[in-house]
Design a protein around this ligand. Structure first.
Ligand code: E4P
Length: 221
């Protein structure tokens, strides 16, 4: 499973990049607003930092303007994935950009039927939103499972399932169990995945016991 970071904060990417677990980045207008920074500068910096796809979302809602914006964003770097909403205009834009060899992330997917349409429109990624479905009392993970099942029935579908709106470690684990190709994870959740109290306790005990030995692995010359 590939891990993308769901953030518009460069520092959060820099902190995790050395682990080798950052396969890409996703941003959205809300994350850009929260960063308080210039959208295109953030995308350019992210594209320098990671080799994988960096999602940059169009702002327009009509196909002609979305297309113009998408082409403009794609010029920032070859690893930009243009993000379009799952609407008729979004799918038209997806088709054209995808035919032009530009990666497209179709976002705001809330049903398996929508995911099927995005795949047919040539999406590189489909982003089903787990957390937002859970928020309204639906089972977000069930949607991931349904899309995995459908896409697996048709080996010619190349669209990757990008589990989005991830709110906790269990979302990541369940999406991996279902077979999602990618999880886009807020940095806070990466740290939650990493931490375990038994790891911390174990380290504390080993440090104490090692001190008792009086040994050094590297002796000073
Ligand atoms: C990423 O592509 C999505 O925009 C993001 O995961 C949405 O997350 P949220 O529902 O927590 O805002």
């Amino acid at each position: 499973m590939k891990f993308f970071l769901d953030t518009a904060h460069i520092e959060e990417v820099k902190e995790l990049i050395e682990t080798g677990l950052v396969d890409g980045i996703t941003t959205n207008p809300s994350l850009i607003a929260a960063s308080g920074r210039d959208f295109k500068k953030v995308i350019a910096e992210m594209c320098e930092l990671v080799a994988g796809p960096v999602s940059a979302e169009v702002a327009a809602l009509d196909h002609p303007t979305m297309l113009k914006e998408g082409r403009h964003l794609a010029k920032i770097a070859p690893n930009v994935a243009v993000k379009v909403p799952l609407t008729l205009d979004g799918l038209k834009t997806c088709r054209v950009l995808s035919d032009e060899g530009i990666m497209v992330n179709v976002t705001l997917c809330f049903s398996a039927g929508q995911a099927l349409l995005a795949a047919k429109a040539g999406a590189t990624f489909i982003s089903p939103f787990i957390g937002r479905l859970d928020d309204i009392g639906h089972d977000g993970m069930q949607l991931i499972e349904e899309i995995c099942l459908i896409y697996n029935n048709y080996p010619d579908i190349e669209t990757e399932i990008l589990a989005a709106s991830i709110r906790n470690p269990l979302h990541v684990i369940a999406a991996a169990q279902a077979g999602a190709h990618v999880a886009t994870i807020p940095p806070k959740v990466v740290h939650q995945l990493l931490k375990h109290p038994l790891t911390d306790n174990g380290i504390a005990t080993f440090v104490k016991d090692w001190e008792k030995t009086g040994q050094k692995i590297i002796n000073k010359k």
